[in-house]
Write a protein that binds this ligand. Structure first.
Ligand code: TXA
Ligand code: MG
Length: 550
């Protein structure tokens, strides 16, 4: 079959809209953009046309389709006994990512509703698609435009991949803004029941409807023979070819868990903040850890892209269930067949950095006295040079045999190779960066200390700050640092100054760290008192953030 491609940017492109609408009117199949995902549309009153949707998608016949209409005035053409609540919801949320299940009228064929006496109604927030439906003059039955079982399509190119040659036309109306399908609410039961979390948060529905129950199929795997109320929820959905494990819990904790549990060659789906921690893996970013809108936009793309790789195992970080997080986590969990790990985590990780002579050591001592585990990144790296075969192998592969007969690193040999050669130095940094976070995460996981201090001069530059709940830079005025270093290392003022000026300045730390502690006290007891006070405040803030689920 020839598939026509319509690029339509606005509802005023009448000629194209009429040609697209004509496909629907004559019983053809037309992929249409919506704000959620692309739909595979046909005249919902035409049984023959609807049958073709099921065939093109390879969709089971008992899985009902949603009818798309251009406005709420069309509701009573196809629905019986429409409750007031439906109009209230339409008024507030249409056009938008909400599908309402209502009693159907006899003019809606059972073929469309999978044999049910109810029908899903939705008014999509996409002006081009509404114009096409209005022009066609028929309600458009449209499931998501993916091949059945695959993740939904959020742009026209994905539709091309699944549907080219199988349908009459594809309307390219740009990328979908929401990225997950509509929220489905069943208004034929009391209290109303959420059948699928989606682009409209459950909290918004409850604000209008009061009590709303949630179908079990949303949060749990259905056992054999058990029937979800939305027939589509029983299928293993959105599934990429590789097996998926979803990791829930605080974002930083789940990142640390991934670092210690994934196998070589595993693909990962992580929040943007953690993407750099997984060099050597195929990484797909889900969006910022607090940006659920971006996560919803990215989730299907993330699941789909692994299908073109030979990754056999995918690990995914997962947001909490508030707001759009409910839909994002539901899609990830369904892709995983509800194979989830919840990472309990009470540990607080504090990243500590700062220039020489500023007083970082005093802060570390205070933390340690209070039961914290201190991980000195430089020391860990040197231990790894001795004992970590993966790191040693990577260094050997890049720089030749720089280890002596006893297996110890010949520092001079390595130094001669990398110093003075920017490219090689960068490569060594990259190797360290690839292996250090994994080892640090292992050590954090093994420890039962309530607090962990991660001490790293290049905390920010190395990306290790992603492992930390908060970061603190300790600084001090230049003259104070000069005096301290001169005394400590027995060096000249000029040399002390040159060392300090080769490091990042206070403005840089201020911009890149969560907290600054300025340590300009002359006596050590005053300095300690000041640091203690500041730490107390920082800990209080962290506790509050944790309680708010961040
Ligand atoms: O955002 C969306 O809703 C997208 C776009 C294209 O509008 N459409 C979509 O359709 O996601 P589909 O077919 O992939 O998913 C529809 C879901 C299925 O799980 C189906 O079982 C359920 O809605 N459904 C449809 N009619 C129903 C009904 N009368 N009762 C219960 N569940 C119904
Ligand atoms: Mg679907």
């Amino acid at each position: 079959m020839d598939t026509q491609w319509f690029k339509i940017e606005s509802a005023s492109e009448r000629e194209k809209i009429e040609r697209a609408a004509a496909i629907l009117r004559r019983g053809g199949l037309l992929a249409i953009p919506t704000e959620t995902v692309y739909g595979l549309g046909a005249d919902g009153l035409n049984e023959e046309a609807v049958l073709h949707i099921f065939e093109a998608k390879g969709r089971p016949q008992d899985n009902p389709l949603i009818l798309h209409i251009p406005n709420a005035d069309w509701l009573d053409r196809y629905c019986a006994e429409v409750p007031q609540a439906a109009y209230r919801l339409a008024e507030k949320f249409w056009p938008g990512p909400l599908t309402m299940i209502l009693k159907k009228k006899p003019n809606v064929p059972l073929r469309t509703t999978g044999g049910l006496d109810t029908v899903g109604m939705r008014c999509p927030d996409h002006a081009v698609t509404r114009a096409i439906i209005e022009c066609a003059g028929v309600p458009v039955a449209a499931p998501s435009a993916n091949t059945s079982g695959r993740p939904s399509c959020t742009n026209a190119e994905d539709v091309r991949e699944d549907m080219w040659g199988k349908i009459d036309g594809i309307v390219d109306g740009g990328a979908c803004e929401v990225g997950v399908e509509s929220t489905i609410i069943d208004l034929t039961v009391t209290p109303p029941q959420l059948l699928r979390p989606g682009g409209l948060p459950l909290e918004d529905l409850r604000a209008v409807l009061g009590e709303v129950s949630v179908d079990r199929a949303v949060t749990q795997k259905m056992s054999d023979g058990e029937k979800p109320r939305a027939p589509g929820m029983k299928y293993r959905h959105y599934a990429p070819k590789a097996s998926v494990t979803v990791v829930t819990g605080r974002a930083r904790a789940s990142a640390r868990y991934l670092l210690t549990h994934i196998s070589e060659g595993a693909g990962v789906i992580v929040f943007d903040e953690f993407a750099d921690l997984f060099p050597g893996h195929i990484v797909h970013k889900l969006g910022g850890m607090h940006d659920k809108k971006a996560q919803a936009q990215n989730v299907f793309d993330a699941l789909r892209t692994f299908d073109s790789t030979d990754v056999t195992e995918i690990w995914a970080q997962c947001p909490d269930a508030a707001g759009l997080g409910f839909a994002v986590s539901n899609r990830l969990k369904k892709a995983a067949g509800f194979h989830c790990v919840d990472v309990p985590d009470e540990t607080i990780v504090i990243g500590i950095t700062g220039g020489t002579g500023a007083g970082k050591t005093t802060l570390l001592e205070i933390l340690e006295k209070n039961g914290a585990l201190i991980l000195d990144c430089d020391a860990v790296y040197h231990e790894m040079l001795h004992s970590d075969e993966a790191l040693r192998g990577a260094i050997r592969a890049s720089f030749g045999d720089v280890f002596d007969q006893n297996g110890a690193l010949d520092r001079q040999k390595l130094g001669n190779i990398v110093f003075g050669d920017q490219e090689k130095l960068r490569r060594l940094d990259a190797i360290v960066h690839e292996h250090l976070p994994r080892e640090l995460s292992h050590r954090m996981a093994k420890s039962d200390a309530p607090t962990i201090g991660l001490d790293a001069i290049k905390l920010i530059e190395s990306g290790l700050s992603a492992l930390c709940d908060t970061t603190i830079a300790v600084t001090a005025p230049e003259e104070v640092r000069v005096r301290r270093i001169m005394k400590r290392d027995g060096i000249s003022e000029a040399y002390a100054l040159s060392r300090i000026r080769a490091q990042k300045d206070d403005v840089w730390f201020e911009e890149n760290c969560d907290h600054m502690i300025i340590n300009n006290y002359t006596t050590s007891s005053e300095a300690k008192e000041n640091i203690r006070k500041r730490l107390n405040i920082i800990f209080m803030q962290l506790k509050e953030e944790k309680q708010n689920g961040r």
